[in-house]
Design a protein around this ligand. Structure first.
Ligand SMILES: Cc1cc2nc3c(=O)[nH]c(=O)nc-3n(C[C@H](O)[C@H](O)[C@H](O)COP(=O)(O)OP(=O)(O)OC[C@H]3O[C@@H](n4cnc5c(N)ncnc54)[C@H](O)[C@@H]3O)c2cc1C
Length: 437
């Protein structure tokens, strides 16, 4: 079988390696040059997933490419309440540099037989009726039995698909998080803060969040908003951090790049005849914390297993992957999206209240919101009832997310466009839209 992968995203590389190893012809078409792949920053993800994706045990990962991250504190919009999270040896967050991670995935894929076309931009899918038959690229048209879309949130493959497939193309306001991240040098002789990783909600009164992480050798600053950031905004926020964190130097030691993270529920429908999306192109992240590497790797494995078991790559075959992903993971992220939307819709002073009244606590935030259950929140009712509108807005978000999650986990068993369209509409009823500016 001829398989084309649009973009060298994590899930595409993981799936490609498994499929090439099984004897299929797999080519990745990537717009960047080989040495440009991967951001110059560290990411948190579940290292044990690399055992499946690479065949590398956690204990064999090169020590110089990862480190433990320190304890974390969430800061309320008015800066007055800090919710601290202390990790123990088992729960401590670990981060890995993205470039070596990408290199490991790429070299493993190559060793399994995947071919790479770098510096080649994909511009659109090739289609015949409702079947995807290949990719249109700057180097010409390429035919395939299966196209794996791993080209990220703005994938031109997804956005170029025929409308009749019913695959959502354009994210709405609040679905994406625009971030810029820079590591500066850390000035010597400055006292280390007690809690090194500070996360600021609604930083500077704007919709989004920022973080300031003091590392032994640098400070890692991320400014993120739900609307695109201008240079002036970014510089103004940096200046604020510099004033409050005098140990922040001016020399850039890593990063400096911008990126976009989907922070919404995943695509309900992410497959078609000859087409499957993985990772950010299908909006597979945990909305409350923007983590997408785990889900991308998991989806890549699931997709490869489905294709190996059902090599026809028809809409029916690939629906099995679509459905399995939602049963295992998509439902939980849809639940998380309900909470994220509810918090994003609240005025900043209501978020301040939720923090000050301990309606939101460290146990809720430690898991990126995954651990916030309706019963747990009801236990906070007494404190929350001092401001019922804010409290019930959060409960509403959780309940809507919960209803959507149930639907995600019970997608139609077999591929039926009418049943899928109906299921899709039922899920959309639980969305909490973010108003345009
Ligand atoms: C600032 C920031 C911090 C983050 N931190 C974390 C974290 O700590 N943990 C975590 O799990 N996730 C994190 N994420 C999210 C994470 O980056 C993604 O969710 C994850 O990389 C999955 O995305 P992907 O591999 O599907 O796609 P991407 O990483 O977006 O890769 C897509 C690839 O497709 C290529 N491409 C795009 N368009 C084309 C085209 N037209 N033709 C050819 N190639 C194309 C791109 O060059 C790229 O190589 C962060 C993201 C950002 C921006």
């Amino acid at each position: 079988m001829q398989i084309l992968i649009a973009g060298a995203g994590h899930g595409g590389l993981a799936a490609g390696a498994m499929l090439a190893k099984a004897g299929h012809s797999v080519t990745v078409v990537e717009q960047a040059a080989r040495e440009q792949l991967g951001h110059d920053w560290e990411d948190r993800f579940t290292f044990s997933l690399l055992a499946d994706a690479l065949g590398v045990a956690e204990s064999d990962l090169p020590r110089e490419i990862w480190r433990d991250r320190g304890d974390c504190t969430f800061v309320s919009p008015n800066g007055q309440t800090h919710v601290d999270i202390h990790f123990d040896a088992n729960s401590r967050q670990r981060v890995m540099w993205r470039k070596p991670l990408h290199r490991l995935l790429l070299e493993h894929a190559e060793a399994c037989g995947v071919r790479f076309l770098f510096e080649t931009q994909v511009t659109a899918p090739l289609t015949e009726g409702l079947r995807v038959t290949g990719l249109r690229t700057r180097a010409g048209d390429m035919a395939a039995d299966l196209v794996i879309d791993a080209a990220g949130a703005f994938s031109p493959v997804r956005t170029g698909l025929p409308e009749a497939l019913g695959i959502e193309k354009s994210p709405r306001r609040g679905d994406l998080f625009y971030a810029r991240r820079v590591y500066f040098d850390r000035l010597p002789d400055a006292a280390a803060p007690e809690i090194p990783f500070e996360v600021y909600l609604r930083h500077a009164g704007e919709a989004g969040l920022s973080w300031f992480c003091t590392n032994p050798d640098s400070v890692d600053v991320l400014i993120g908003r739900i609307d695109p950031l201008t240079d002036a905004q970014f510089e103004a926020h940096l200046a604020q951090f510099r004033a409050s964190h005098p140990w922040m130097g001016t020399r850039i030691v890593h990063g400096g790049q911008s990126g976009v993270i989907p922070v919404r529920r995943p695509l309900t429908r992410m497959t078609a005849d000859g087409y499957a999306a993985v990772g950010d192109s299908a909006f597979m992240t945990t909305p409350m914390n923007g983590m997408g590497i785990d889900l991308s790797l998991r989806a890549g494995k699931l997709l490869a297993e489905t294709v190996l078991a059902h090599p026809g790559c028809t809409a029916q075959d690939l629906w099995l992957y679509n459905r399995a992903f939602h049963r295992l993971y998509g439902g939980d992220t849809a639940k998380n999206a309900g909470l994220k939307s509810a918090l994003l819709r609240l005025p900043a002073q209501d978020v301040d209240f939720l923090f000050a009244a301990r309606v939101v606590e460290s146990s809720d935030l430690a898991g990126g919101g995954q651990g916030v259950s309706v019963p747990a929140l009801l236990g906070k009712l007494r404190r929350g009832m001092k401001k019922p509108s804010a409290f019930f807005a959060v409960v509403n978000g959780l309940m809507r997310g919960g209803r959507a999650a149930k639907l995600y986990k019970n997608a139609p068993e077999t591929f039926s466009p009418a049943a899928i369209a109906q299921w899709d509409r039922s899920i959309a009823r639980f969305d909490l839209p973010i108003e345009s500016r």
